[in-house]
Design a protein around this ligand. Structure first.
Ligand code: GLU
Length: 300
């Protein structure tokens, strides 16, 4: 861990979700993290983002680690598995609750759709309608009774109140967002509305656990695909609310198939295991994703 003196050791992480096999896009992300860590003498961590216990499977995790080993990735062990750390996320959620920033939300998907059909209803950067905040007005006793009744619910962030606590936030982008955004950027979490922090059966969400883990693991550099660029605004907000250090961000281009489509975990021909089983070694994989085949050496 970090000492009290001196600069923090640069720490990178590759954080796949074990809900399917890796493809070339994951290989690019993992190798880029490894190259950037190597070029500054930094650490490389791997984290299994397996909070969705229905979709994530140990067999996928084992296959992912085998692929990373075959790629020659030198990462630290043990690998952190998010499903083993729900208490850490519960603690962060409790802190946000104690700040009065969390409310239970009961609308089903169909109800959200029905409530947001107006053409000018605002949408988040992924194109989903912002959550109608109706349940914010539920009296506390009624909200508690409904939660206890067994119906499904999500715990959502009171976005406007959260932002009014932190004021305007910024983050450092050394790669580029989808529109080339880079440098000292302004976070725009309001574009996401009242994001989900946890669900009835899962005490966390992607946003909450990624922020908690990056801080707990001392991650200084988040290197990931540009499809997660917009989510960074939410991450920056949660870091500020929870008093956590913000890493530096580097969003990278996405690897696409011959037709220019984003790769998916079910595409057989860009599956990493299949390519390597067919004889592609680490250098060929590097070549296919446009990375130099000679690994950079530490620059002191
Ligand atoms: N687990 C996420 C994914 O597989 C990546 C999260 C991140 O790098 O922040 O897409």
């Amino acid at each position: 861990m970090d000492g009290d003196n001196g600069p923090r050791m640069r720490t990178f992480r590759f954080a796949p979700s074990p809900n399917g096999p890796l493809h070339l896009g994951h290989a690019y992300s993992a190798l880029l993290n490894a190259d950037l860590a190597a070029s500054c003498g930094g650490r490389l961590l791997v984290r299994m983002e397996d909070i969705d216990q229905e979709r994530c499977q140990p067999a996928y995790e084992a296959a992912i680690l085998a692929d990373l080993d075959r790629l020659g990735l030198a990462y630290e062990r043990p690998v952190r598995r998010q499903s083993e750390h729900f208490d850490d996320y519960r603690a962060a959620l409790a802190r946000l609750e104690s700040m009065g920033l969390v409310y239970p939300a009961f609308l089903t998907r169909a109800e959200i759709r029905a409530r947001t059909t107006k053409l000018d209803w605002p949408r988040d950067p992924d194109g989903a309608p912002l959550y109608p905040s109706d349940d914010r007005a539920l009296p506390r006793a009624e909200a508690v009774a409904r939660m206890a009744s067994g119906v499904p619910y999500a715990l959502r962030l009171r976005m406007d109140e959260a932002i009014s606590r932190t004021g305007t936030l910024h983050f450092e982008e050394t790669g580029a967002g989808p529109d080339g955004e880079s440098g000292h950027l302004t976070a725009e979490p309001e574009r996401w509305g009242d994001v989900i922090l946890a669900r009835k059966d899962t005490p966390t969400s992607y946003h909450l656990s990624v922020v908690v883990d990056d801080a707990l693991q001392g991650v200084t550099d988040v290197v990931r695909g540009s499809d997660l660029f917009e989510a960074t605004s939410v991450h920056r907000l949660l870091q500020a609310l929870l008093g956590l250090d913000a890493p530096r961000y580097h969003h990278h281009r996405l690897i696409r198939d011959a037709e220019g489509r984003k790769l998916s975990k079910s595409d057989g021909d860009t599956g990493l295991s299949a390519l390597m089983a067919a004889g592609a070694g680490p250098d060929e994989i590097r070549h296919r994703v446009g990375l130099p085949t000679v690994q950079p050496t530490p620059s002191t």
